[in-house]
Design a protein around this ligand. Structure first.
Ligand SMILES: Cc1cc2nc3c(=O)[nH]c(=O)nc-3n(C[C@H](O)[C@H](O)[C@H](O)COP(=O)(O)OP(=O)(O)OC[C@H]3O[C@@H](n4cnc5c(N)ncnc54)[C@H](O)[C@@H]3O)c2cc1C
Length: 273
């Protein structure tokens, strides 16, 4: 069983800075980590390899420094790492990002069979959760989002059974292989990297695929290929602290009446309680 895992290197901070010129995220000099959801997706892929054999290939699109994130996944037990990196990819929104990563996956799938593609539910910086479903659409694969468990993989019948997290519980769904899953953090506990894997990761040089290594059209890359136009980025104004109405525990009905009156006043409504 061969899996491919899409991982993103993200800033290890909530203090994100935006370049006022390009409206793009400032990544230089900011400590980075593997997107936590993608770390769990990588852990799950390694566990599948332990159960069913096969290989785990990591794919990441990003600047050259993203090789560190790929090497981290090699230390988890992944076998191969590919960085999609080229100046032509800079400024890509989620539409262009999924286009480029899909091209990388198509090349990988032309070189070897891939049974399952794992993504994280979302990236903790962009937070759109769009790239996973975008990849499934571009590769014409069935997708299962919010995967919380992989119940069974039947390689003979080419099917996978997955537990999906819902607000009200978990549903178990099945899909034909190859398929794409987006994984939640509760899917597994990430194990400590073994010493041999850490040594291997330290020596490992990920392959780097640029624009000329992929079947892509220039006008669909980077800023040019990004329909999202960031018109303005600004930090929302600090919220004013709310009014504290005393007496909540002793006289909840009285407090509720005060709140209702304030709401009516605020809404300018003529209602009676
Ligand atoms: C106009 C514009 C310009 C931008 N310019 C840049 C820029 O120059 N540089 C930049 O880094 N970002 C840039 N961004 C942000 C970038 O588009 C998004 O961060 C990126 O498309 C991923 O979206 P997301 O973070 O919401 O990931 P999500 O959709 O939330 O990610 C879901 C999953 O998809 C996979 N995934 C997401 N991104 C990648 C990746 N890069 N490699 C592999 N797998 C991935 C992971 O499995 C992840 O868990 C720009 C955005 C806009 C709108």
């Amino acid at each position: 069983m061969n899996t491919a895992v899409c991982i993103k290197q993200v800033p290890d901070t909530t203090e994100v800075r935006i370049d006022p010129e390009t409206n793009a995220l400032v990544r230089e000099g900011v400590p980075s980590i593997v997107n936590p959801f993608d770390a769990h997706a990588t852990e799950e892929a390694v566990r599948l390899k332990e159960r069913y054999g096969g290989t785990v290939t990591i794919i990441s699109m990003g600047p050259p420094q993203a090789t560190e994130a790929i090497k981290k996944c090699i230390s988890f037990g992944a076998d191969r790492g590919i960085l999609l990196s080229d100046r032509a990819f800079a400024g890509s929104d989620t539409w262009a990002t999924s286009y480029i990563i899909a091209a990388g996956l198509k090349r990988l799938m032309s070189e070897q069979p891939v049974d399952l593609i794992l993504c994280g539910k979302q990236a903790i910086d962009g937070d759109t959760a769009q790239v996973g479903p975008g990849l499934a659409r571009r590769l014409n694969l069935p997708q299962i989002t919010y995967a919380i468990s992989i119940e069974e993989v039947n390689l003979d019948a080419r099917r996978v059974k997955v537990g999906r997290r819902l607000e009200t519980g978990v549903e178990v769904v099945e899909a034909p292989l190859p398929a794409l899953l987006t994984c939640v953090e509760e899917m597994n506990e990430i194990r400590y990297a073994s010493l041999p894997n850490m040594i291997r990761a330290a020596r490992y040089e990920p392959e780097v695929w640029g624009r000329d290594d992929l079947e892509v059209e220039d006008e669909l890359l980077g800023f040019n290929g990004s329909p999202t136009v960031v018109s303005k980025i600004f930090a929302p104004p600090e919220r004013e602290p709310g009014e504290i109405i005393p007496g909540g525990t002793e006289d909840p009905t009285g407090v509720a009446a005060v709140i209702a009156d304030k709401l009516i006043e605020a809404l300018g409504a003529t209602a009676s309680v």
